[in-house]
Write a protein that binds this ligand. Structure first.
Ligand code: HEM
Length: 325
């Protein structure tokens, strides 16, 4: 067998094994109320704090991209040295309280059954629905990981990565260019801290310049919100038009140069990702998709939720999401 064939066989084996243990309704016998318990925690929290839905959606991505969707990001136990959550790439991630609260309720109803990684996946779906996005069935059956280490998060996609690096970081997780665009579409909701803006606005190529992808009418708006040497904690919407609503507006923003963060703007730098963006929002594009962004987003979310899923041999069901058993 050629090297590439061997690699493909191993890859397919791992992919099938990972996917094999997940199923919709995995807890239907053992914890039939799992979805409604998670949903009620998420809905209640989101009602009193608009940051909850974006936090929970982002949390699932950050969980899955480091060590797989295994709740490794949730570990915050003083006994663990350098847990993953301290990584630079996880700056601003939130939603932990809601996950822990759901876990507490679940431990009362069905102790030792539901993994924290599954709670994160379910909460992300509920978050999407709460802001007007599409419902989708979430596969469950993940185990919680046994490792959480900062250095494992070194490869998180970075806001200032080039499109080639973003593509390769997604490809490394088995996700295509199309899925990079679709999943970045999550930036249709939520906010960014000005912390992530200075390079894009004031020093793009090291010559006191701005990202040329920014629409000239939009540049002064962004600069006003995030002035040079201003407060890096100020937060601005990622989708400057409809940031509280889950829709395809973020793709329109990318197309017309009004994306807020650099990584979204980069999706228009590359032929393939540009065509994907256009396929959803450009009526004249020859690639205009037959499906909606919302529908395809859900398929990509399900696929992201399969990354690096742990089995009984390398995982557990944590009693508390912030600590290993
Ligand atoms: C392509 C690579 C990505 C990069 C470089 C990136 C980067 C960022 C950055 C810099 C922020 C602002 C964080 C803050 O200020 O707290 C952010 C926010 C957010 N990201 Fe991403 N992201 C990426 C992909 C994704 C994906 C795949 C998802 C989910 C499927 C996602 C969901 C979110 C959400 C919902 C927010 C808003 C969070 C909030 O309001 O606190 N991102 N992202």
């Amino acid at each position: 067998m050629k090297k590439t064939q061997v690699f493909l066989t191993i890859f397919m084996f791992h992919f099938c094994v990972s996917k094999g243990q997940l199923q919709v309704g995995y807890y239907s016998e053992t914890c039939p109320n799992v979805e409604s318990i998670v949903n009620s925690i998420v809905s209640e929290a989101a009602q009193s704090d608009p940051r909850v839905a974006p936090f929970l959606l982002r949390l699932h991505f950050h969980d899955c991209f480091v060590e797989g969707c295994d709740g490794s990001i949730l570990i915050n136990d003083a006994k663990v040295t350098n847990p993953e959550i301290g990584a630079f790439g996880h700056q601003g991630v939130g939603g932990f309280e809601q996950i822990e609260k759901a876990k507490q309720d679940l431990e009362v109803q069905c102790p030792g059954i539901v993994s924290c990684a599954d709670i994160v996946a379910l909460a992300a779906r509920d978050a999407v629905v709460l802001v007007g996005g599409p419902f989708y069935d979430v596969e469950t059956g993940r185990k919680d990981g046994l490792v959480s280490n900062q250095t494992l998060a070194d490869d998180m996609p970075d806001v200032n990565d080039s499109i080639d690096i973003l593509k390769s970081k997604f490809l490394n997780k088995g996700l295509t260019e199309k899925e990079l665009v679709l999943l970045s579409g999550a930036h249709t909701i939520g906010t960014t801290a000005c912390f992530f803006m200075p390079k894009r606005l004031y020093n793009f190529t090291g010559r006191n310049d701005s990202d040329p992808r920014i629409n000239p009418n939009f540049l002064p708006v962004l600069k006003r919100h995030c002035p040079k040497d201003g407060d890096v904690n100020v937060r601005i919407p990622l989708d400057a038009v409809t940031n509280e609503e889950f829709d395809d507006q973020i793709l329109r923003n990318i197309k017309n140069g009004t994306a807020v963060i650099a990584s979204d703007a980069r999706l228009y730098d590359d032929d393939i990702t540009r065509q994907v963006v256009d396929s959803y929002v450009d009526e004249s594009s020859e690639f205009m998709s037959l499906f909606s962004f919302e529908q395809d987003f859900t398929v990509a979310m399900v696929k992201m939720g399969r990354i690096g899923v742990k089995t009984k041999s390398n995982g557990e069901i944590r009693r508390v999401c912030g600590s290993f058993n």
